[in-house]
Design a protein. Structure first.
Lengths: 659, 379, 212
């Protein structure tokens, strides 16, 4: 390794500095490859900067959070009173299917991805991720997946078989229209986005760490992201294959899940939950990472038991692959399998408990400042603990046989996904907002929002524990007044409305703070990890010189540590900082992906939209997918041929320009 | 703005706690379908285990939650803190960690042992119940339940009649998508999955009227897939079995003369018409006595059931009228309206041409009145 | 973590890494290689899922089909051998690149492409034969469903590998092709070997198992 390559022998380096080479041209020379100073819209569409990509992930995730939230409120309003007729049974089924799919794949995961993108390179002292253009590709693929899923509304074919899509309900026999095809295709595309992003982050975290930043000095958020990325690459193949099998069943008449021809519908559940359970940790581990950053910062103490936090995170990730069948305790697994999966599930309580103990240990003896991120973080610990307790309850098969598919389970996983993931992500937004925008969010409005959300959330979901135990099943659009569920449902709906109000205020506050918030310095919270060593917002190249890391919590050590703990720096290069060029191809590849996806959805169906009708048959049905695949393929070839390109930035000059 | 967080906590948390307590007190834990009101040994076992988990997690909740609250209050930043010193920068304590891990493990073992016993209990009916157990084959269909008593040759729908004090062995199957059998007061769930047979046993200690429901999402009208279970004392049960075995009290059948007193009926003409309409439009799927199809609920004793439309409506003439006249408004997507999917078309979608539904029958309100009058006789 | 930093080298610059692979990563392993290993780990799960589906399903066909009647084990053994030989040539191509012998690498790549195409050709013939002569189709039985989807997915992997290698084969004629591209050939080689290994698993678990 580390051979010295003489500089400026490479063609892309030649004529460096002011006399940059003539800009490359894209699409066989038709269009110029976007350069520094291009139109902002083109800049954002073609950017390969991890920070801009992170912001776009975040904004899209917030948008989809609101979409999923509106769906949730419609669900709650329908259930507010017994035998309500606000929406039909079919519409209700679409609502909860879309709510689940949207929140998992389009809100929580991408919001985590937003922080992965923005924070990981900053936390490890890198200039960007390992593959910047691939990163842009992941972003656009995620957006295409989100668009396709929600286009189903326009075709009045919103998916309605549940976010879990249990076979054989997804077969053409039971959902004949486009709805399941929309669901399958968008999940496939979102899977590609997650997989590609994960390859990228694994490489980035393993390979792009600044000198001296050993794995056991990594910030915990980066560690949890690494584990999450591994979970994604190991878990997503199972659902991808399962979805391929559903697709083949629907389009080509195979018999994977067709019981009359020997298929086993139960196989779908196994494959889905082999993905689905790790997915739960994919949603919560980044949240735990964020909390593990925020608690030490505002307790002004290092994280208690750092190695154990890392280790327990890894154990959770590993055990996550061994417990999938606890989602299937009522499918007749038999004594042996039920017992095994039950005990393995109980085991997960141990590393999870370790995390909670260590968080309390971090606070112990600290000097706790109740800033907004800290309130969210404390709220997270409290509600995640409650969700954990109910989780222990249904690790016991006999107890679970009463709770499975009831409102008790809904209460449980909303405690860990809203009280857990979402509160942590909101904590992360408030915490890192000054880093991303250079401005602070308002403390007062932040606190008001937090209390509204905290109260609304608990009023909405605490009663559901009782509804579940009192026999109210999930996914039912209505219930009889005599069942004794009226008060609980009414209260829950009121709580949901309060929670919705809180989130609405949060989003308005966020938009306000982008332009009107108080100016923030590089490290407004007196935080500990490396991202706070950059200016707010960071320069395109992140660090003027590559930092040399001496200790964990390097920024804290820079301020309070001994002299030998202070951060070093590698000498700057002679020709400025090399930045990769923007590229059109990640975007155009995804335009191809979009066309391919829509073509495959339409395949074999009569499609109606605004009075137009189209029913392609035989070879014609393949024209749209082939066109899409061709655009995708061509874009990738051109992308490979184009190379990273590049230009140079000069930090000294930027500083001068500013003054 | 003097909105100090801890001051706000003083209000938000007690209000929430009071609300929670009020709610706890206000709940009716013996409501119709409550798992907190067990009426049989299996449900009792599950309830006891649930309460064990409640106690365990309740204690942990007080301990861990209390520790969290105590820590947050005690170590909050104060104005009197010396700004020039930092809190002790401790990194962890191995023995505390190991100790807590061991304690968690012990707690889990306390839960694991009764869990294992409970799993055995679900899967294997205790020997003492076996000898006089009743066998019932349960089939889930979109969106109703078929109950067959193979030893007795009885078939009924949506109302599971069982003898109190005797165990019932349920063989659970599905003919279309996945459903789940949930009768909370007698037992937890067990799924009905096409292509496999699951087993569950239930036992009602006392006679009673129990509410059950499909607990696995099964399509449009999943929320309307309810059922009832009626546990009868021995005499009532025997009488019920005898009535079922006697077959349908079919009036106007030439080979089998009516077993009921027709002279008391004052609307013979209407009933006659209703019988004809039933035979034209309904009997390809619905069976009455020896005649009719098997794709839909057996109606031999429909008038004897307490509910119709899979437990969604009380069995009254008005409800029956509404159900037959506008099935799609009662239960969206149902096969009585759309036709039975007996086969697959070339593109994999359902072929309903073999048994068209009432959608194409265009029954008038008077015709439905006649059918209702006829069905009212099938006690 | 050893960090023998060449002075003046702009470290941790992704762009720099793309130009000078493996020179200065935290592990010393080039980024592309790490990403490829991650991809292969993931791909293991793809094939793992498909192979398990097949093993669970292969005996569940209601209409009795005896796969022994359908399979032509001689043909499949021959094509397995061909694929293995392509792996050998792939290894030779990588080795040649490391020795900066572009011409030798080019013709080894051509060999890989040729053998790979032979394999895909044999599979196409096999599919055609099964469908038309043996009446095993995607829809005829659950065995057909899993067999075609599994082996078809593998075939798509081989085909994509061939397309990728054709790209590099053409590139070897270009002036911009340098011995530094050894890494790219090596990464493509990793993929190719992986696809071969998957076939080595599919061959016994799908074909030979029917003869036990």
């Amino acid at each position: 390794m580390a051979q010295t390559v003489p500089h400026d022998t490479h063609p892309a380096h030649a004529g460096h500095d002011e006399h940059a080479a003539k800009p490359q041209r894209s699409f066989f020379g038709l269009v110029q490859r976007p350069q520094e100073g291009c139109h902002p819209i083109i800049d954002w569409l073609t950017t390969v900067d991890h920070k801009k990509i992170g912001i776009m992930y975040g904004l899209a995730a917030l948008f989809f959070l609101l979409v999923g939230g509106v769906e949730a409120l419609i669900i709650r309003l329908q259930l507010m009173v017994p035998e309500n007729n606000l929406i039909s049974a079919q519409a209700y089924n679409e609502m909860f299917t879309m709510h689940g799919t949207t929140m998992v794949f389009l809100a929580v995961m991408p919001m985590s991805a937003a922080f992965f993108n923005y924070m990981i390179p900053l936390q490890i002292g890198a200039r960007d991720v390992a593959f910047p253009r691939m990163n842009a590709f992941s972003l656009w693929t995620f957006i295409v997946g989100g668009i396709i899923l929600n286009l189903s509304w326009i075709f009045t074919a919103a998916p309605n078989a549940g976010w879990f899509g249990y076979a054989p309900l997804t077969s053409k026999l039971y959902t004949p229209g486009l709805s399941t095809d929309f669901w399958v295709m968008s999940l496939q595309i979102l899977g590609v986005a997650s997989l590609v992003a994960s390859f990228n982050f694994i490489t980035t975290i393993i390979n792009m760490r600044a000198p001296g930043l050993s794995m056991m000095k990594l910030p915990v958020f980066t560690w949890m992201s690494l584990i999450t990325a591994f979970l994604i690459i190991m878990a997503f193949p199972a659902i991808t294959i399962a979805l391929v099998e559903v697709m083949f069943d629907r389009h080509f008449g195979t018999h994977f899940f067709d019981a009359t021809s020997g298929g086993k519908p139960i196989l779908w559940q196994h494959l889905f939950w082999i993905f689905g359970h790790p997915e739960v940790y994919i949603l919560i581990l980044p949240a735990m990472g964020i909390i593990s950053e925020i608690l030490p910062t505002f307790a002004r103490k290092p994280l208690f038991g750092y190695p154990l936090i890392i280790f327990s995170g890894s154990v959770i990730g590993f055990l996550g692959f061994t417990v999938w069948s606890h989602h299937m305790f009522t499918t007749g697994l038999g004594v042996v399998a039920s017992t095994a999966f039950s005990f393995l599930t109980m085991l997960i309580a141990i590393p999870t408990g370790v995390k909670i103990f260590n968080w309390i240990g971090t606070l112990w003896g600290g000097r706790i400042r109740f800033t907004v991120p800290m309130l969210y973080a404390l709220g997270f610990v409290w509600m995640f603990m409650m969700g954990g307790f109910t989780g222990v309850m249904h690790s016991s098969v006999p107890v679970d046989s009463q709770q499975q598919d009831s409102y008790f389970v809904i209460a449980h996983f909303h405690y860990v996904l809203i009280g857990g993931s979402l509160f942590a992500l909101f904590a992360g937004i408030v915490y890192w907002f000054p880093k991303m925008t250079g401005r602070m969010m308002s403390e007062v409005w932040g606190k008001v929002t937090f209390y509204i959300m905290f109260a609304g959330f608990n009023i909405a979901f605490f009663p559901m524990h009782f509804l579940g135990m009192m026999g109210m099943p999930r996914r039912t659009h209505t219930y009889k007044a005599v069942m004794g569920w009226n008060e609980g449902n009414f209260l829950s709906t009121i709580g949901a409305l309060i929670l919705g109000l809180g989130i609405a205020i949060f989003v308005i506050h966020l938009i306000w703070a982008i332009s009107k918030g108080k100016k923030a310095g590089a490290n407004p919270w007196d935080a500990r990890t490396l991202e706070w060593a950059t200016e707010s917002p960071p320069a395109p190249y992140n660090f003027e010189t590559i930092p040399v890391i001496k200790v964990r919590d390097q920024v804290w050590a820079n301020k309070y540590g001994t002299k030998s703990e202070k951060m070093g720096a590698l000498p700057a290069g002679s020709h400025g900082i090399h930045m990769p060029d923007r590229s059109w191809y990640p975007l155009t590849a995804n335009i191809g992906f979009f066309i391919l996806g829509m073509g495959l959805i339409f395949h074999g169906h009569a499609v109606k939209l605004f009075g137009f009708e189209m029913h392609l048959q035989g070879f014609d049905a393949w024209i749209i997918p082939i066109v899409g695949a061709a655009i995708l393929f061509l874009s990738i070839i051109l992308w490979a041929c184009e190379g990273p390109g590049g230009y140079h930035l000069h930090p000294e000059k930027r500083a001068e320009d500013k003054h | 703005m003097a909105l100090k967080s801890y001051k706000a906590i003083r209000w938000v948390l007690p209000i929430l706690a009071t609300l929670a307590l009020l709610f706890l007190a206000g709940c009716d834990y013996t409501s119709k379908q409550s798992a907190l009101d067990p009426k049989g040994p299996l449900a009792q076992n599950q309830y006891d285990l649930f309460m064990l988990t409640v106690y365990i997690t309740g204690i942990l909740w007080v301990l861990v939650g209390g520790a969290l609250i105590y820590t947050v209050i005690r170590f909050r930043a104060r104005k009197t803190d010396d700004p020039n010193t930092l809190p002790h920068q401790s990194h962890g304590h191995a023995m505390i960690e190991v100790g807590l891990i061991l304690v968690s493990t012990v707690v889990l073992v306390i839960l694991a042992i009764p869990t294992f016993k409970g799993i055995k209990l679900i899967h294997e009916m205790p020997a003492k119940y076996e000898k006089d157990a009743v066998i019932v084959n349960v089939t889930g269909l979109q969106w109703w339940w078929r109950f067959e008593y193979p030893e007795l040759g009885i078939e009924t729908a949506n109302e599971l009649i069982i003898p109190a004090g005797r165990a019932v062995q349920l063989n659970l199957r599905s003919d279309d998508v996945i459903h789940s059998f949930w009768l909370p007061k007698l037992s937890g769930k067990m799924d009905l999955i096409p292509g496999q047979q699951n087993k569950l046993w239930i036992l009602a200690d006392e006679p009673g009227y129990f509410y059950g429901q499909c607990a696995e999402f099964c399509g449009d009208s999943h929320a309307y897939m309810l059922f009832r279970s009626i546990a009868m004392n021995a005499a009532d049960y025997e009488a019920w079995v005898a009535r079922q075995k006697a077959g349908a009290l079919v009036p106007f059948n030439k080979e089998k003369p009516a077993k009921i007193d027709l002279t008391s009926l004052n609307n013979l003409e209407v009933i006659n018409k209703g019988r004809d309409l039933f035979n034209t439009h309904c009997s390809r799927c619905h069976r009455v006595g020896e005649e009719g199809g098997v794709a839909a609920p057996n109606l031999s004793h429909i008038a004897g059931r307490s509910t119709i439309a899979a437990g969604w409506m009380e069995n009254t003439p008005e409800n029956l009228h509404r159900w037959i006249l506008t099935p799609d408004a009662v239960k969206p997507g149902n096969n009585m309206w759309n036709g039975m999917p007996l086969g697959k078309l070339a593109d994999g979608t359902a072929d309903r041409s073999g048994m068209p539904g009432l959608r194409t029958a265009n029954l008038t309100s008077e015709q439905v009145d006649a059918i209702v009058a006829y069905l009212q006789l099938l006690k | 973590m050893s960090h023998a930093h060449a002075t003046e080298a702009p470290t941790n610059d992704p762009f720099h890494n793309e130009l000078h692979p493996g020179e200065d990563t935290a592990t010393g392993i080039p980024n592309k290689k790490v990403a490829m290993w991650a991809f292969l780990a993931s791909d293991c799960m793809f094939f793992g899922t498909l192979i398990s589906t097949h093993l669970i399903y292969r005996k569940l066909h209601p209409t009795v089909v005896d796969p022994k009647e359908i399979f032509s084990i001689e043909l499949t053994s021959a094509s397995t051998f061909i694929l293995l030989m392509s792996s050998l040539l792939m290894a030779l191509a990588v080795s040649a690149m490391h020795k900066k012998n572009v011409v030798s690498a080019r013709w080894c790549l051509a060999g890989v492409i040729f053998f790979g195409s032979l394999f895909v050709g044999a599979q196409c013939y096999e599919f055609h034969h099964f469908v038309h002569a043996k009446e095993l189709t995607l829809t005829s039985s659950i065995f057909g469903s899993t067999f075609y989807v599994l082996t078809g997915t593998h075939g798509v992997h081989v085909t994509l590998g061939i397309v990728w290698l054709i790209g590099w084969f053409i590139k070897t004629f270009s002036k911009s092709f340098k011995p530094e591209h050894a890494l790219d050939i090596e990464v493509a080689g990793l993929y190719w070997h992986f696809v071969d290994i998957v076939w080595i698993i599919i061959f016994p678990f799908v074909y030979l198992i029917e003869y036990i």
